[in-house]
Design a protein around this ligand. Structure first.
Ligand code: HEM
Length: 437
């Protein structure tokens, strides 16, 4: 949609997602063309993969082979209501609610993709520790210059769709607010029978959305975000060649095999210097690498890169920092690669939460240690110590982002997604099951 009516409608839908609630949803449905989204299967449990995070096969790819990123997102940050450990009735309510929305919308970007994940604070209520096959520490600061709040909610539901109405509809159904969704009747029980919504976080990614929503703190007033950019900083991201496959981020053994870990941080953006003082070449240097700036490798938002930003051409980050006085964001992390691929799978998106341009940086990895290794490479401490590059200045994009909150979560396999015990195989969990029966 390129006409002004289309843009108005897109801005309206994005605003409705940010506001949320039944009236925003019905305003959206009343104002737009009728939503025509296929329904999901009668029995999602038998039709859907055990890996909740197996989204790639359900996503279309662009002409270059990059996965499409669903455009609208809601993150429901949830607290468990009970005093002790979850009961079977609560587990059944949560499972029924999740299954209800899966029956309503097909599992795709046009329909709905979702995950539910749990924090170390959630698992602390069980006697048993998480099994050794799960690496899920409490979040912490990962550089000298960040001081994030710990995201200490119990659980996060991530809803993703190309249609704002779908994520909003799913949210209302999970809260037990609608009896029917996309013509499919919803269960009596709701997610909120066992979990309370502490905070809703929203966001978007995709061509045009950042430019249409740049009237927020952190972006200069003159509207500098390129019209076709998928993210506020103006470049395509998460190219196929710079992402690992889902196998590399999946837990391979133990009771949570088939799951993954999720790192979720809120990064606020300050793009004044980025757009007002930095030149286009400086932006390319800082995001990719100086080589790409001098060779003109990146055109516009970088669509010309196809599915591969050619990071091998960037050269050694320390040498670049010494000779150019600047080093690229993605250039710094190439050494962390395994089999020529990064070890974290990025599924981040932009946000206007709190009227501030920000990023909900969401990544999946087999262990949180894989995230820490990658984030430490992004700090570029060694590069800065050995060159004129500063701790944050000319050091990739560190100067423009501030990590205000970080959380670590376990995305269990689908069969354990409803209020899982900490160690489904352990004696302690068995004893707890017996005690509850
Ligand atoms: C405002 C925040 C961020 C933006 C706009 C951003 C954008 C980008 C862009 C444009 C690229 C190069 C192209 C591509 O992705 O394929 C990239 C690469 C990458 N980014 Fe970020 N990024 C951000 C934050 C982060 C954070 C917090 C991490 C966590 C450590 C991270 C990890 C990575 C990794 C692993 C790569 C690929 C490195 C490789 O090529 O081996 N990014 N990012």
């Amino acid at each position: 949609m390129s006409d002004s009516h289309g843009i108005d409608r897109r801005a309206f839908v994005k605003a409705a997602v940010a506001i949320g609630g039944a009236s925003a949803l019905s305003a959206c449905l009343d104002r737009g063309p009728e939503l025509d989204v296929a329904r999901g299967p009668e029995d999602p449990a038998s039709a859907f993969p055990e890996r909740q995070h197996a989204w790639n096969a359900a996503l279309p790819t662009d002409d270059a082979g990059n996965n499409h990123h669903p455009r609208h997102r809601i993150l429901l940050a949830l607290d468990y209501d009970g005093d002790g450990t979850p009961t079977d009735a609560e587990r059944e309510a949560v499972e029924a609610a999740l299954t209800g929305v899966e029956r309503a919308y097909e599992r795709s970007a046009d329909g709905l993709l979702l995950t539910i994940s749990y924090s170390p604070y959630y698992f602390a209520r069980f006697d048993a520790d998480l099994p050794g096959s799960v690496d899920l520490p409490e979040p912490r600061a990962l550089s000298d210059f960040e001081d994030p709040d710990a995201d200490d909610v119990d659980a996060i539901v991530h809803l993703a769709s190309d249609h704002g109405e779908v994520v909003m509809g799913a949210e209302e159904a999970l809260k037990g607010e609608v009896e029917e969704l996309n013509g499919v009747s919803q269960p009596e029980s709701a997610l909120t029978d066992a979990l309370s919504v502490r905070e809703r976080r929203t966001g978007f990614i995709g061509d045009g959305l950042p430019a249409e929503n740049q009237d927020v703190n952190g972006v200069p007033d003159d509207g500098p975000v390129p019209e076709d950019a998928p993210l506020y900083m103006g470049f395509e991201s998460a190219f196929e060649g710079n992402q690992p496959g889902e196998d590399r981020v999946t837990i391979e053994s133990g009771p949570f095999a088939g799951g993954t870990t999720q790192q979720l941080s809120t990064l606020t953006l300050n793009l004044n210097q980025w757009y007002e003082q930095d030149s286009r070449d400086q932006r390319v240097s800082k995001m990719f690498c100086p080589h790409h700036a001098s060779e003109g490798t990146v055109e516009g938002t970088g669509e010309n890169l196809g599915n591969d930003p050619q990071m091998d051409d960037c050269g050694d980050p320390t040498e670049t920092a010494r000779s150019e006085g600047v080093v690229g964001h993605s250039q710094k992390m190439v050494d962390v690669r395994e089999d020529d691929k990064p070890i974290i799978l990025r599924r981040d998106f932009d946000s206007t939460d709190g009227d501030r341009a920000s990023v909900h940086f969401l990544s999946l990895q087999r262990t949180i240690a894989d995230f820490v290794t990658t984030r430490e490479a992004m700090n570029g401490d060694a590069v800065a110590a050995d060159s004129a590059v500063g701790q944050r200045t000319n050091n990739g994009i560190l100067q423009y982002i501030n990590t205000v909150r970080r959380g670590n979560f376990l995305v269990p396999p689908r069969s354990l997604r409803a209020l899982p015990p900490s160690n489904p195989d352990s004696d302690a969990a068995d004893t707890a099951e017996v005690a509850r029966a």
